[in-house]
Design a binder for this molecule. Structure first.
Ligand code: ASP
Length: 417
């Protein structure tokens, strides 16, 4: 009986998340004083997510590099894939940053926004980091002196640099223990993904508390409408970025390699809809592979190598979302981001999208790092969590769309389609 209930809960988790979001908003609206008292539950939920940031980045990057193991052919295809992933992810962040700087969500007139937010978001760590930020720090971050310090400081660039370096080293050396390291990495990565799945079982409650306390605070200060308008503009900015990337940038790129975007989109339709409903590129992988091979005519050799790699490292939708969300949070907190800080967001959003796992909510976990890199407080996440699930579904479809176009382009250049 209890087992059936648990299975039912898991099966309908998405619905429960929406119930948590709506319930939290209603609770915050109707009982604002009580709802601000529930903030601790949300904080614990965010702490659980933050706890997994470093293991996810390290293990997902290592698993990605290990995927490159194999013949020379694979190395060539792998290089093409990496070039495509790096270019499209960087383009995605540029789209996100451009739109968020044009639309400027979170900057509308609101006399007491900052005062209310000071109640819900701890900004004490912010000032210090803001004051000490310089361009040379970006370079220093990439090459940390101490990898453990990089991990404790949430330095994503340093962590990724070290992890790729180590992964490549393990591919180069001839040591009998390397295979064991590879299979342990994949076991550990699966373990961490399992942990995230369990944490996400708490998401309905976590969302409820985060949203209830945020809405409650704004109700008490009589600024709820303004919060709704700000979040509305933010959502619109993310969605426009996703659409520009999916409907203009990627199709133009596909056409350059003689892949017809329209008929390819038709072929990939089952994968795109599965990505939308599961919010997970990894869970969609079997459908992506099937659509690539059986509907889009990409050879098994290319599809079976490029698609799994793409599902873990290539996330254009996530990259757009990270860039927009972090600038929005800065706007809301009244922080004027300098050019260097925007450059830092460009780099960390690109790398955190690469380091994110292909599972629901991974983008939210990575945001802690992007926020940290420009000295913004991690609990700024509270401001975006209300629309996160819907945006997760949308960005995952774009992630899979990007992976698929990559597979088709590589197949074209290898004469395998
Ligand atoms: N859910 C996304 C994916 O699986 C990752 C993210 O949260 O942005 O592709």
């Amino acid at each position: 009986m209890l087992r059936n209930l648990a299975a039912l809960y898991k099966q309908h988790l998405q619905t429960f998340m929406f119930i948590g979001i709506i319930g939290g908003a209603l609770f915050g609206f109707l009982l604002p004083e009580l709802s601000v008292q529930t903030a601790l539950i949300g904080e614990l939920f965010l702490r659980l997510l933050s706890l997994l940031v470093v293991p996810v980045i390290v293990l997902s990057m290592l698993a990605g590099v290990f995927n490159l193991k194999g013949s020379e052919n694979i190395a060539r295809i792998g290089l093409k894939a990496i070039l495509y992933y790096a270019t499209t992810t960087a383009l995605a962040v540029v789209v996100g940053l451009t739109l968020v700087n044009i639309i400027q969500p979170g900057t509308g007139d609101s006399p007491n926004r900052e005062k209310v937010l000071a109640e819900v978001i701890t900004t004490d760590t912010m000032q210090e980091a803001k004051a000490s930020f310089r361009l040379s720090d970006v370079a220093r971050n990439i090459v940390p002196k101490n990898i453990f310090q990089a991990a404790t400081e949430g330095n994503v660039l340093g962590l990724i640099f070290f992890t790729i370096f180590l992964g490549v080293a393990l591919l180069q050396i001839k040591h009998p223990g390397v295979d064991a390291v590879m299979s342990s990495t994949s076991a550990l990565f699966d373990g961490v993904l399992w942990m995230i799945e369990q944490i996400l079982l708490l998401a309905p409650l976590g969302f409820f508390s985060l949203i209830a306390s945020l809405v409650g605070e704004f109700v008490l200060e009589e600024s709820l409408l303004q919060l709704g308008v700000d979040i509305g503009w933010y959502t619109l900015t993310v969605v426009s970025g996703l659409l520009v990337h999916a409907l203009i940038i990627l199709p133009v790129l596909a056409s350059l390699f003689r892949v017809s975007p329209l008929s390819f989109a038709q072929a990939m339709f089952p994968a795109l809809t599965t990505a939308f409903s599961t919010a997970s590129s990894s869970a969609t992988l079997p459908v992506t592979l099937d659509s690539l091979e059986h509907r889009a005519g990409v050879s098994n050799k290319i599809a079976s190598f490029v698609a799994p790699l793409g599902a873990t490292v290539n996330m254009d939708g996530t990259a757009i979302y990270e860039a927009v969300a972090v600038v929005f949070i800065a706007n809301m907190l009244g922080v004027d981001l300098s050019g260097t800080q925007q450059l830092m967001i460009f780099l960390t959003a690109t790398f955190s999208a690469i380091g994110a796992a292909g599972i629901p909510g991974a983008g939210l976990i990575m945001m802690v790092l992007v926020l940290h890199s420009v000295g913004l407080p991690a609990d700024g996440i509270k401001l975006v969590v209300v629309v996160d699930r819907v945006l997760d579904m949308l960005r995952t479809s774009i992630n899979v769309w990007g992976d698929s176009i990559g597979a088709a382009i590589i197949a074209r250049t290898e004469e395998q389609r």
